[in-house]
Design a protein around this ligand. Structure first.
Ligand SMILES: [Zn+2]
Length: 383
């Protein structure tokens, strides 16, 4: 069997990749057809996965689904054994962080009956603050987990109100890529909190966890997942330091196999200098490709830089950039003062030109999506 290049010189990855490919070709009706030649296992993107989701489930009832932020959710099954393997990684990460703390979780509730520590992410920020204070009274809460965009809004409101959140010792950010300005503002609002990040998704669970020695690096759960970072144009591994597409194989999901599944995220491989673990690392997780905007020349432009210049505008509370077509943008802003000129400057600096139509709307607030997440950029253009 000829393996994807990433796994070729790695005996453990090679063995487990071959095993799941063989298993799926023998037992899964979709993969039997999809992998007609095991020497060339194709990459499956989200669209193809969705089109064949029932066949991939192969009669098993789905045990979970993605949040469906881009439309139809991907459905998957995690067997009890597979779920245990995932939980073991999470437990190990908690140990590395210094053990379990009583936690308030501001997240999308995936279970019908979420525990008392969970508050639906869709709740207004003021309710989230009440919830944290209540949980402090009741159980002495010392930790919070949430998505970075929500955490950022929460932190802003706490700073606006001048609330004392020094009792929070740990703040976890996951499920979206984390930008440095978000970490900064969260650090200000929660001055005693150690901020941790992880890279995860519903279908794979924990993908990489922050290195405890070199916080800008995330170590991959390579014992459970085969993670490839491939160049954007060709299916070749991206060199260390170069941005590429994240493609994942779950070695242990036999009920609904994910084999070379393109998650839709961009990341950069790196060599973590900690020397404490042999697990490979990512030096940057750039997150969803869908957050990227499209330049006139057809190239994808990551939103992060534009985002940094917008967030630093004086008195800006919240913003969202929506790209409808190559030349048509709407920027929604929550701001007591006019920001037109500054926003145009930011676009000029980011793109090198002003789009033909750049509409700036001043609004009271910006709605979250159905899944409770807030997207600072939405791109409706296919690059
Ligand atoms: Zn490390």
């Amino acid at each position: 069997m000829s393996l994807p290049k990433t796994f070729q010189d790695k005996p453990y990855a090679a063995k487990h990749f071959s095993e799941i490919v063989d298993y799926a070709r023998e037992n899964n009706p979709f993969y039997r057809k999809w992998i007609s030649d095991p020497d060339h296992v194709p990459i499956i993107n989200r669209r193809i996965f969705l089109e064949n989701n029932d066949e991939i489930l192969n009669g098993h009832e789905a045990s979970g689904s993605t949040s469906g932020s881009t439309g139809v959710p991907v459905r998957y099954v995690h067997s009890p054994q597979r779920a245990r393997l995932g939980q073991r990684d999470v437990d190990q990460f908690v140990v590395e962080l210094g053990g379990l703390l009583s936690c308030a979780r501001l997240i999308y509730p995936h279970n019908k009956n979420p525990g008392p520590e969970i508050l639906d992410i869709k709740s207004p920020i003021s309710e989230q603050i009440d919830f944290i204070l209540e949980r402090r009274e009741l159980v002495g809460v010392e930790a919070i987990t949430s998505y970075p965009t929500n955490a950022e809004m929460l932190a802003r409101e706490i700073l606006n109100r001048g609330l004392d959140m020094s009792f929070i010792r740990r703040f976890g950010l996951f499920s979206e890529n984390v930008e440095s300005h978000q970490k900064q503002i969260i650090g200000k609002a929660f001055p005693n909190a150690k901020i941790w990040t992880s890279y995860s998704s519903m279908e794979f669970g924990l993908i990489a966890s922050q290195c405890q020695h070199e916080p800008s690096f995330h170590h991959l759960m390579a014992h459970r997942l085969g993670v490839e970072v491939l160049r954007e144009e060709v299916d070749e591994p991206a060199p260390v330091g170069e941005r590429g597409r994240v493609v994942i194989t779950d070695y242990f999901n036999r009920l609904s196999p994910f084999i070379r599944y393109e998650l839709g995220d961009l990341a950069v491989r790196g060599n973590c200098p900690c020397g404490k673990t042999r697990l490979p690392a990512l030096e940057k997780i750039l997150g969803k490709v869908r957050g990227a905007l499209v330049h006139r020349n057809g190239e994808r432009v990551l939103f992060a830089d534009l985002s940094v210049s917008l967030v630093n505008l004086p008195e800006i509370r919240q913003y969202q950039v929506i790209q409808e077509t190559i030349e048509k943008f709407t920027v929604k802003v929550v701001s007591p003062i006019n920001q037109d000129e500054k926003i145009q400057e930011a676009f000029m600096a980011h793109f090198g030109y002003l789009p033909d139509q750049l509409r700036i709307e001043y609004v009271e607030g910006i709605e979250k999506e159905k899944n409770g997440k807030f997207y600072a950029s939405i791109c409706r253009v296919e690059a």
